[in-house]
Design a protein around this ligand. Sequence first.
Ligand code: SF4
Ligand code: SF4
Length: 364
Amino acid sequence: VPTLLDTLPALYRDLLPDFFGQELPVEEKATCANCAMCETNARGVVDSVDGKRRFFRPDTKCCTFHPRLPNYLVGALLADARPELAEGRRRVEEKVQRRVGATPQFLRPPPKYSLLYGNMHEAFGRASTLVCPYYEKDGGKCTVWAYREAVCSTWHCKYVAGDDGRKLWMEVKQFLMLAEMQLSRFALLELHPDFLLKGRDKQDPTRQPLRPEDLDDEPLPEREYRALWGKWAGREVELYRAAHEVVRGVSRAQLRELMGLDGLVELKVLDTLHAQATAPVLPAVLRFNPEATVKWLPDGSVALGCYSENDAVALPGEAYPLLVMFDGRAPVEEVRRRMREEKQADLGPEVLTVLHQHRILTEA
Ligand code: SF4
Ligand code: SF4
């Protein structure tokens, strides 16, 4: 059984707290090599439950996203000479050379991309304009996979533990984003303190109005670029590599210190969400969620969705009249007893747990 660490860049192996060494259910519903969100996938499990078509494009899948790579992960990629990463290194170097979105702390999306991304509607997975610059269309692969950042490491289109799984992964993302923020800043404190002392790490370029060069995907004016990079202007790759070296020297205890109280709180939340996702407790009283979407399939089975528009649970059609017996008044055991008496049928605890984790049955 894999652990969270197995899904993250190797650099984190000796850095992240013990929590990340725990076992984790395999997200087997997100079948990336044979993308579960693409219509071409014969399994067709994602056909929508509310009539809207929600498939992703096979030439983008869910990589309609431009990551924000922290300096030390960029450096780690550039220092990794494995031939299978050559294309990833080439793309990253090209992006650094273009000077669009390249800052000492992060290799960011261009401002125009961020504007589009923040204002899109139903375009995720469906607009080729948004495809990631590190995505290899031929073969549908990520060229920087071994060094992908917090969002790409944690996002799945569907979760085996339904909403409980989604919440757990979202929290893992929050924790990793905090680690990325602090580690990238820590590296700069040593290498390029001016960046921090002038508060440049606090500036959010996605909130600035777009200037002509942003709209034309051109680099920053030379003076501004030099002010941003200081003595590292023209030596950007060197800074990224040096940031990697600094982070390689950080210990687990040091990272804990860098993440401070926020990190401690996030860890406690992670513990709770991990328990919820891996050892769920069925509530005493359940109710069929009125917000659940219901779709009858040609084979007589029924697909039920709720917590996410990308996921649905399929049940035999006969199960539907049993579900509506959960009206939020009687305890689960009482409802099951009535099912057995009146319908000569039953829904066992395992099925009920899946339905609860997918919020098709909710706590009354
Ligand atoms: S996570 Fe992305 S690539 Fe993987 S199955 Fe889901 S949509 Fe497809
Ligand atoms: S970095 Fe990789 S996983 Fe993330 S969006 Fe780009 S291609 Fe996809």
